[in-house]
Design a protein around this ligand. Sequence first.
Ligand SMILES: *Cc1c(COP(=O)(O)O)cnc(C)c1O
Length: 437
Amino acid sequence: MDHFHYDDGRLLCEQVDLEKLADRVGTPTYIYSRATLEDHYDRLAEAFAPLEPVICYAVKSCDNLSILALLTHRGAGMDVVSGGEILRARAAGADMSKVVYAGVGKTDDEIDLALDEKIGYFNIESEAEFDNIADIARRKGATARAALRINPDVDPRTAHVKTTTGRKESKFGVDIERARRFFAARGGDEHLRLCAVHMHIGSPVYQVEPYVHATKRMLTLVEQLQGEGHHIEAIDIGGGFGADYQTDQTPAYADYARQIVPLLKPFKDGGGQVFIEPGRTISANAGILLTRVLYIKEGGSKTFAIVDTGMHHLLRPTLYEAFHFIWPAKVEPAMAPSSRGELDMPGLTKVDVVGPICETGDYLALGRKLPPLKRGDLLAVFAAGAYGRVMASNYNSMPRPAEVLIHGDEANLVRRRETWDELLAPETNPHPVPLGS
Ligand SMILES: *Cc1c(COP(=O)(O)O)cnc(C)c1O
């Protein structure tokens, strides 16, 4: 699952002792394992190898430049959703022809940038958006390729409604019937060449069947479009592959591939290109959030462990009611966790692990059985690599965490901790800027 493991009761990332590291870099800090990132990428690439897919890593899941650079080095393209992410891809040295750009609200400035950077595909979410991009391309004398985002209308059975995206009544993409009219009306544009289809059904998707159903629907559509004279050069099946927030929660890559690869193989053999857009399946298990216990507080029948991080640095528990395994970084060897999940062993007590933010919803775990905790203990919040630091905010005027990337016995700071000065920097007091009229 990853390269975070206990040795004699001490948590290591690869070969680095995290208690010692925390003493040096402080907390809260996101820690990433390079070996885990590479393993996941390589195993995914191997499973889907018969399709020779372009693997566009979803930048939004974990966007640190050092991580983008190492995945680029492995051959990854990038799946981006904003101008800022295009700049990140470029700064990380990505092959811009392997960048695909989704998102329902692309601004003119972002479109301009994407055209200048000659990205691979615009993933188109609506007619109005297509027409706007085509107009801008025409004015610039540029050409670009477009993939139409389709809602195959399958239920991805994601853990949470806020992560379902491929239903008919979703703000993303267009439904299958509308797609044919879309191609009929816009398939001939010379500046924005509509020549591919895209889907992203949700995330995380812990079953293979939703991909199978959706891919079959996409392939039926592709046949219809080809029958109507359209050339379809690529199919992008999106991301959303699961991660192990708990042990063995997600299918193996081989299980996804065993069912998906045969469906798309004929398209590939006919000269088509397949794209996939994995994010969390690569980054989630590759990261943890290290935090220290500030105070223990008894309240009514409850025990609270108040820590130095919370919803402002890891929003998933609050936003999605997501489960993150939490365990002290140093325990009696007998207390080393045998797996990740709701554990039961002698000597555990139930605690709410909560943050410092002035919100009742600010928690990392509720009623979680943990070894006895005291002030100063270091805790690891596991599987926090995806949608962790990227969603961190400065709510309550708190600086965002540092990020460290570990490779073997080497630890490298890849994002320094934000400072208090930086929090105030964008504000103009005592020199407000008159905007005029
Ligand atoms: C978020 C997103 C992804 C990645 O989702 P994961 O669950 O991180 O794999 C891929 N494609 C699109 C269009 C997305 O919006």
